[in-house]
Design a protein around this ligand. Structure first.
Ligand code: URA
Length: 218
């Protein structure tokens, strides 16, 4: 289900599950409505979350079934997660992840790209107090230029989480390269790597502006 791209790095994981690929295609279609886009991102995010958390450790616990007792696997309680949404489009992925892992803690980082310079401006930052005891999953649907993701992880590193993963829906080769240059130790999880960026930093063929499509703002 999960493969690594040899051209990029061992730490770029393309999650190629057929359900994810099918839903992503529906999301790419220009005629897909806001409601449908939102529902699809929610569904895809649950599937992506399943892969991103594949390495979570488990421990055995004694339980009683109606028939007998057994040692049964549960998530190790000391392996706590924090999911950080890069606002605003990250919210769409966050909601899906929380459906699967309702007790995960949540952080938010608000960043936007200045449209003329494509540089990143921070306008919001809030994390749980115990982030140092948690593994962090940073989420944003689009890894385009990589500027936002790089800036977010630069900032989040200062909070010293136990580990960081970056999860997106769609990535551009340029964004992956940039991110990997600055944060080579942070694994990237994505459903697809598209062809390239356009001159405005949008992914081609892509799906347009994920925030606008998610919230119906255009
Ligand atoms: N952000 C988006 O929402 N879409 C892109 O194609 C690039 C960045």
């Amino acid at each position: 289900m999960e493969s690594s791209t040899s051209a990029k790095s061992a730490q770029v994981n393309i999650i190629e599950h057929p359900l994810i690929q099918h839903k992503l295609t529906l999301m790419r279609r220009a005629e897909t409505s806001t409601a449908k886009f939102r529902a699809l991102l929610h569904e895809v995010s649950m599937l992506l979350a399943y892969e991103v958390t594949r390495d979570l450790p488990i421990k055995l616990e004694s339980i009683n079934t109606p028939m007998t007792s057994m040692m049964a696997p549960v998530l190790a309680p000391d392996k706590k997660l924090v999911v950080v949404s890069i606002m605003r489009a990250g919210q769409g992925i966050l909601d899906g992840i929380l459906e699967l892992m309702p007790s995960a803690r949540v952080g938010h980082i608000g960043l936007y790209r200045d449209p003329s310079t494509l540089t990143v401006i921070e306008y919001y930052f809030k994390l749980p107090h115990d982030v140092g005891d948690r593994d962090m999953i940073v989420v944003d649907p689009m890894l385009a230029t990589g500027n936002t993701a790089v800036a977010a992880v630069n900032r989040l590193r200062h909070a010293e989480p136990r580990s960081i993963k970056f999860l997106c829906l769609l990535a551009a080769p340029e964004g992956i390269q940039h991110f990997r240059d600055i944060h080579p130790d942070v694994p990237i999880y994505t459903a697809a790597i598209d062809e390239k960026l356009d001159s405005h930093g949008y992914i081609l063929p892509g799906l347009g502006d994920a925030g606008d499509r998610l919230f119906g703002t255009k």
